[in-house]
Design a protein around this ligand. Structure first.
Ligand code: PLP
Length: 353
């Protein structure tokens, strides 16, 4: 018996964010299985120990996983561990670390970000060079890390070859590469390759691996692929307030996600639902889909006041107030019926625009 009350309608879904989704039932089951009895706190538990093997299976024998509470924390701690106090991080102007982390890299890690404008959220060796200069110049924060996001904040996808070119270029410059993989599982599903194909195998040094958007209640992990690229992670995680005392519950979730194919099932569903949505609305008169739909994000520009009227019926965000571009995200739990109902609402609101 419980006094808990369900305060929402579990059948209502929107297209605002993959973080609006709940927890996959198999993850909840894993949390329940990890419950009971006592386990050593702060990561010295059997679930966190088992997790190391699972991450090695996906990312190769050198991989070392560090469970964290959230993505901002994973990014900040990863980047802090990869830089000395005088060093800087080159990233896309649209990168989550630059636009959506409340300045945490600057405020809590003292990091200098060197952002680069991109057309599609993706860096290239040429774009990196716009900020990767001034090595040895004491007046310039020293470029040390290239941070890329896969899939990007604009819903786009790097091929493994594109990431290899970035890593080769960064390494030639004496820099190292961080990959913000909040949606790494969506990328692997979209590319139809293993997770290591666009990380370990092409030279990424460190990644922030996303669990929350993939179906966890909470939890992300820093995955170190090149141990020479980081320093002091153990201490930085604690001082950044990201060391979970009951870590077994973060690790048990990751085990449920990664030991079998749950990660892939979830990501494939989210991606397929985004494709379905884009196809359903693409030909609605006045609706523009300005960006390629490569994973689980659909960007759209809608005519007239359709956005405002649609937002009264479904949750989603206006991405760019200036252009009116909106973002629709699908999640592991988005169904065909959810997409079809939303697409019908788009067509209906456009019809009355
Ligand atoms: C690209 C990217 N990185 C990282 C994160 C993780 O952020 P949070 O601190 O909300 O877990 C997000 C979440 O929206 C994201 O989209």
């Amino acid at each position: 018996m419980t006094d808990a009350i369900r305060r929402h309608d579990p059948l209502v879904k929107g297209f605002a964010s993959d973080n609006y989704a709940g927890v996959h039932p198999e993850i909840l089951q894993a949390i329940a299985l990890a419950n009971g009895g006592h386990q050593t706190a702060y990561g010295d538990d059997v679930y966190t120990e088992a997790l190391q093997e699972i991450f090695k299976r996906h990312f190769g024998p050198t991989a070392e996983a560090w469970p964290m509470f959230n993505g901002t924390g994973a990014n900040v701690v990863a980047l802090r561990s990869m830089t000395a106090h005088w060093e800087a991080v080159v990233c896309a102007e649209s990168a989550h670390i630059h636009t959506d982390e409340g300045g945490a890299p600057e405020r809590s890690a003292g990091l200098k970000l060197l952002p680069v404008a991109t057309p599609d959220g993706k860096l290239t060796p040429e774009l990196i060079d716009r900020q990767a200069w001034g090595f040895g110049d004491e007046h310039r924060a020293q470029p040390r890390v290239v941070s890329i996001t896969q899939t990007t904040e604009l819903g786009t996808l790097y091929t493994p070859e594109e990431i290899r070119a970035i890593c080769d270029h960064a390494h030639d410059l004496g820099m190292v590469v961080h990959l913000d993989g909040a949606r790494a599982t969506n990328a692997a599903a979209a590319l139809d390759v293993p997770l290591r194909a666009f990380t370990t195998d092409v030279g990424v040094d460190v990644l922030s691996f996303g669990g929350t958007k993939a179906g966890l209640m909470f939890g992300e992990a820093i995955v170190v692929l090149n141990p020479d690229a980081v320093r002091g992670l153990r201490y930085l995680r604690k001082s950044a307030m990201q060391l979970a005392s009951k870590m077994r519950f973060v690790s048990a979730q990751f085990e449920a996600l990664l030991a079998g194919d749950l990660w892939l099932r979830n990501a494939r569903n989210a991606n397929a639902m985004a494709r379905r949505l884009a196809e359903a609305v693409r030909d609605v008169p006045g609706v523009e889909i300005p960006r390629p739909v490569q994973a689980n994000a659909v960007f759209a520009i809608l005519p007239g006041d359709v956005t405002e009227r649609l937002q009264k019926r479904f949750r989603f965000y206006t991405w760019n107030e200036a252009t009116g571009e909106v973002r629709w995200m699908t999640a592991f739990d988005t169904t065909e019926a959810d997409v079809d109902a939303f697409a019908a609402a788009v067509a209906q609101e456009v019809g009355t625009a």
